[in-house]
Ligand binder design. Structure first.
Ligand SMILES: *Cc1c(COP(=O)(O)O)cnc(C)c1O
Length: 393
């Protein structure tokens, strides 16, 4: 029997990174704006924009910083209302608060995607829409973009965990006015920390570049946007959320591996999903039509189990050596909206709450072998059987 893998352990950084890091260490050239041109961060931005088919990319310290800058660059006024899904990571409402805006939480259904009824009810009274494609699950972007158009409000995509996902063939993160990605270690490309935003909007790009910390005339080291840059010179705060050349040196050699990671991650996910879906107490929600995912984790719902049985299932997986987390049951979970107490009064969102009480989370990195995926599936299936059919197990 294959032993359960360590699903938090990362894939090695490609060897090509070493020579470049060595060069940077020798020269001490770690700041993106020291070199007159071709700094690793600038090259990363050019390569990422090309990869995504976007005009502009700005690499920053994290996806959270990219989200914050997006709201600032859109010119959202203090107190602006920003719709976000109620199922996301606590850093997302935090970025909204950081940008002096007010998060408006939208219900999420048992398929982890935005509840369109609640979305339409709330979209009419917000100033912007921030869609977190949580764990890479894509909500109905056609409906969301159409509503945003009707209401004349911008869409920001939090594609932190969706690098490589497509919606009717279009890359997630390029559908809204601005898209944000993460290079934190649990995402598809791992630099420990880091993020990047992409947009085709020259004015938004110029504003984000300046506010990220392109002080004085450092904006001249970005693809030439002389007119909007000149317009915003000295008129915007500098939040200094830049990325270091060292991080860019770690990220760039991973870009050619993205396609492999996407297809391996999808194959692993779909294999485990098919095995789990046979179980009468487990449902893995299907992708929406038009969505092609690039997952590095799997989420599934426990069905027909009482609260006590769900707890017993979690204890069972823990005993087997890999704890499956139920978002709504693990203490202080950062993805359970009732724990976002920094927001003050929290709305009651019964649909999202019910989903979180049964939704399980399991990392499934692209590097896992088929045997390791099977070991994980066996463990989950066995835990469910032991709880629900103790005589048979
Ligand atoms: C990881 C993640 C973030 C935060 O990304 P950082 O780069 O760590 O700031 C935001 N949203 C989602 C959906 C994420 O998965």
């Amino acid at each position: 029997m294959t032993v359960l893998p360590d699903t938090h352990h990362a894939e090695a950084i490609p060897d090509e990174a070493r020579a470049e890091i060595d060069r940077l260490l020798t020269s001490g050239d770690l700041f993106r704006y020291t070199a007159p041109q071709d700094a690793p961060v600038a090259l990363l931005e050019a390569e990422f924009a090309d990869l995504m088919g976007c005009k502009y990319a700005l690499a920053v310290a994290s996806c959270s910083a990219a989200l914050f800058l997006s709201m600032k660059a859109l010119g959202l006024a203090p107190g602006a209302r920003v719709l976000i899904p109620a199922f996301t990571f606590a850093a997302v409402p935090s970025a909204v608060v950081h940008a002096d805006c007010v998060p408006v939480l939208c219900e999420v259904g048992e398929n982890y995607r935005i509840d369109l009824n609640d979305f339409h009810a709330k979209a009419a009274s917000v100033d912007a829409i921030l869609i977190s494609h949580m764990r890479g699950h894509t909500s109905d972007m056609d409906a969301i973009l159409a509503a945003a158009e009707t209401h004349g409000i911008p869409v920001i995509e939090d594609a932190a965990h969706s690098l490589g996902t497509t919606w009717h063939g279009r890359k997630i993160g390029t559908l809204g006015r601005v898209g944000c990605f993460s290079f934190q270690s649990y995402k598809m490309i791992n630099a420990g920390e880091g993020g990047i935003l992409v947009t085709d909007d020259a004015d938004l790009a110029a504003r984000a570049v300046i506010m990220s910390g392109a002080y004085e005339h450092n904006w001249k080291k970005h693809p030439v946007l002389a007119e909007p840059f000149a317009r915003w010179q000295n008129r915007l705060p500098l939040y200094n959320t830049r990325l270091s050349n060292l991080s860019a040196a770690v990220i760039r050699p991973q870009l050619p591996h993205l396609a492999r990671r996407m297809s391996d991650g999808r194959a692993n996910h779909d294999h485990v999903a098919a095995r789990l879906n046979v179980c009468p107490w487990i449902t893995v929600p299907a992708p929406l039509p038009g969505e092609e995912r690039a997952p590095d984790s799997i989420q599934f719902n426990l069905t027909g189990m009482s609260d006590a049985e769900v707890q017993a299932f979690v204890a069972q997986t823990d005993a087997a050596g890999m704890k499956v987390q139920v978002f709504g049951l693990s203490t202080d979970n950062a993805r359970a909206f009732w724990n976002w107490q920094f927001l003050g009064d929290l709305p009651d969102l019964p649909r999202t709450r019910a989903m979180l009480a049964r939704a399980c989370d399991l990392r499934l990195p692209a590097r896992l072998s088929r045997a390791e995926c099977d070991a994980i599936a066996d463990m989950v299936l066995d835990a469910a059987r032991r709880v629900m059919q103790p005589q048979a197990a």
